[in-house]
Design a protein around this ligand. Structure first.
Ligand code: UDP
Ligand code: MG
Length: 318
């Protein structure tokens, strides 16, 4: 199979049919063999019913229905895990991404890139609450991950399937996949894509998502440095503090014993105590960081969602 389109769906009942039509009308003439994987992330409206109706008529439309709302990233990762295509293209379920861009992304993949990230150059969302914070976040992510893209948050991307293998996603992490993939040698590029205002339904996000993105960024930055620098940051600082504590403790003792200095209210005592305390704390933090990183890597296999039912499951996976 050439292509898997992965679409997270949360309260999109009015968008599903037009989106399905647009995707099939774009892809059918290309002659590519493809599947559409719609992941219903616990919608309480008619979304699943509509997906089911369409799936009965078209076996290329696979549906994964979550037990409850797990969030867009979980929905996307369920789709990635189920996908069989050589290339995987996630896109929003609200028609804000344009299926007409899919062939352009595929052309870039054919040029030899492993990840092609959409760039909503002309973003059609509220400026103050969405576009502005996302510009700031993009600048930060770009600086901190060393992978320079204009628009990490754009769902529309194309991945060669290998680069997604072994990348576990949670939180708001779907946007960091290009950075994580580039660390293991993926060739990453970006491509301006169209963006439309939402026609039906509402966005489920506001400014609080930006906070979540920033927290995830700090975590990702940390994890990326684990991959390149084996010595833990905090552990290293801890050892420096501890060594300085030994130095200043030694100096204190020397002054007391050989210099006859009074240690009453001597700032060296306070410094020694402080450095010792910091050293022990930081070493402990470094250790925790290390254990945490291990846990993170080892937990990669665990799904972060629960599935109620699957439609049009291919035989080999049913
Ligand atoms: N979405 C989801 N689970 C959620 C929130 C959103 O699957 O908890 C889906 C939603 O249906 C849409 C995509 O994620 O397909 C992007 O969501 P939205 O349009 O609300 O975000 P925005 O475009 O405003 O960033
Ligand atoms: Mg949207």
């Amino acid at each position: 199979m050439d292509l898997s389109i992965v679409i997270p769906i949360y309260y999109e009942e009015e968008n599903i049919r037009p989106l399905y039509r647009a995707v099939t009308e774009t892809l059918d003439p290309t002659g590519l063999s493809y599947e559409i994987i719609a992941v219903d992330d616990g919608s309480g409206d008619g979304s699943f019913g509509i997906l089911k109706e369409l799936a009965l008529q078209d076996s290329r439309l696979r549906v994964i229905r979550f037990r409850r709302n797990f969030g867009q990233t979980a929905a996307m990762s369920a789709g990635f895990e189920a996908a069989r295509g050589a290339v995987i293209v996630p896109m929003d379920g609200d028609l804000q991404n344009d299926p007409a861009d899919i062939p352009l992304l595929l052309a870039k993949i054919r040029e030899g890139y492993d990840v092609v990230s959409g760039w909503r150059r002309d973003r059609q969302d509220a400026f103050v609450s969405r576009t502005l914070p996302s510009r700031i976040a993009n600048g930060l992510i770009s600086r901190m991950t060393g992978v320079h893209l204009h628009d990490y948050g754009c769902t529309l991307k194309a991945y060669r399937r290998e680069v997604l293998e072994g990348i576990g996603l949670y939180g708001e992490m779907h946007r960091f996949v290009p950075a994580l993939a580039s660390r293991v040698g993926a060739r990453v590029t970006e491509l301006p894509v169209r963006h439309h205002p939402r026609r039906f339904g509402q966005s489920k996000y506001g400014i609080s998502r930006t906070m979540r993105v920033i927290l995830d960024l700090i975590t990702v930055r940390f994890l990326l440095s684990y991959a390149t620098k084996p010595i833990q940051l905090f552990g290293k600082w801890g050892i420096y503090c501890f060594l300085m504590a030994c130095g200043s403790g030694g100096a204190t003792l020397y002054m007391k014993i050989f210099g006859g200095h009074s240690m009453n209210r001597n700032p060296l005592l306070i410094l020694t105590a402080f450095l010792l305390f910091m050293g022990v704390q930081f070493i402990a933090l470094g250790l925790l960081g290390e254990l945490n990183a291990r846990t993170w890597y080892e937990s990669q296999g665990k799904p972060v969602y629960a599935v109620r039912e699957r439609l049009n499951e291919p035989d080999d996976q049913a």
